[in-house]
Design a protein around this ligand. Structure first.
Ligand code: FAD
Length: 292
């Protein structure tokens, strides 16, 4: 592994100035859980890293609005999100995801900004956050902009971020009545997923409304299944509707084979597990509107 200079800014402005300095060819570092693996494997060689650890003093808060929106600073760790009682109450779907996302050692240091910037298509949260219509706030010396999570990824490890930009926050709108994420692994439960399926929707009686459906891991970025959403919208949930939705999803999704499985295998997983995602979302619906 080549040596590198570690820069340690004490403020966001200082960090942004370092990233935009002429000729700067380093990377920002949050928890470094992904960076250190990529450096050790020799796929990332940089002469400097800008540690964002010092920014946690001022930018590591989780704020909840009375309407149920959550604003999460970019330097909050995944572990802090996992154990934040208010966030888990407003967004209970998150509690079920963290238990199988990596391991406690990774979650305790990885920060949500670093996590979302990584762009590995196998990550668990991007399809779920896309289904929840979340957005990230991005800062550079040039200003601030919001990017919906569903538009953050451009392909394998490619994001819409510029080299001088940092993710400084995540905004999670109030969780809809029903939301679920299914992580399907071929080995241990907490392994990287072979396929991830995320759905969020409102349920009026047994009718599904405002359905948002995304898959991950079997595609090069979180991918919305719009035709399947349209099939489900306004319909009463039933096992037959679940089968039709699964068939539509399989015909709509362009699934990519990798070391976790072939396209045909992933199609079989999508067909088998898509109805379960809707069943679980209905069964865990927020109490005030739980279906009869
Ligand atoms: C053993 C292991 C198992 C894992 N299993 C899973 C899993 O099952 N599911 C899953 O979803 N993930 C999994 N992960 C991925 C893990 O979640 C990521 O490694 C981690 O979240 C990255 O966060 P970090 O803070 O350590 O980022 P870093 O490693 O610090 O940075 C990652 C990338 O983002 C850039 N960056 C850092 N911070 C910012 C910022 N604020 N703004 C812009 N760019 C930034 C860096 O330059 C780098 O390119 C696993 C990782 C490991 C090591």
């Amino acid at each position: 592994m080549s040596s590198f200079e570690l820069l340690q800014p004490a403020s966001l402005d200082e960090a942004l100035q370092m990233l935009s300095a002429p000729g700067f060819a380093g990377r920002p570092a949050s928890g470094s859980t992904a960076l250190s693996l990529m450096r050790r494997a020799g796929i990332l060689n940089v002469d400097s890293l800008v540690s964002l650890e010092g920014l946690r003093q001022s930018l590591a808060q989780i704020r909840l609005s009375p309407e149920g929106e959550a604003q999460i600073d970019g330097f909050v760790t995944l572990g802090e999100m996992e154990h934040h009682a208010g966030l888990l109450a407003s967004h209970p779907v998150l509690a079920r995801v963290f238990t199988t996302l990596a391991n406690p050692r990774v979650r305790n240091v990885a920060m949500i900004g670093g996590y979302l910037s990584h762009g590995d298509p196998h990550m668990d949260l991007p399809p779920l956050l896309s289904a929840l219509d979340a957005r990230v706030t991005v800062r550079s010396l040039r200003g601030s902009r919001d990017i919906p999570v569903e538009q953050l990824y451009r392909g394998y490890y490619e994001t819409a971020l510029q080299a001088d930009e940092l993710i400084v926050g995540l905004v999670l709108p109030a969780q809809p009545t029903c939301a679920s994420y299914k992580k399907i692994t071929t080995r241990a439960r907490h392994d990287w997923p072979t396929l991830g399926i995320a759905a969020a929707f409102e349920a009026a009686g047994s009718r599904l409304d405002r359905v948002r459906l995304f898959i991950g891991a079997a595609t090069d970025r979180p991918t919305r299944l719009a035709r399947t959403e349209a099939l489900l919208a306004g319909q009463a949930w039933s096992a037959e509707l679940g089968r039709r939705a699964a068939d539509t999803a399989v015909s709509e999704a362009q699934l990519i084979p990798d070391s976790h499985g072939s396209t045909e295998y992933k199609q079989a997983l999508l067909r088998a597990f898509l109805p379960d995602v809707f069943e679980e979302a209905l069964q865990t619906a927020k109490p005030a509107t739980r279906l009869a």
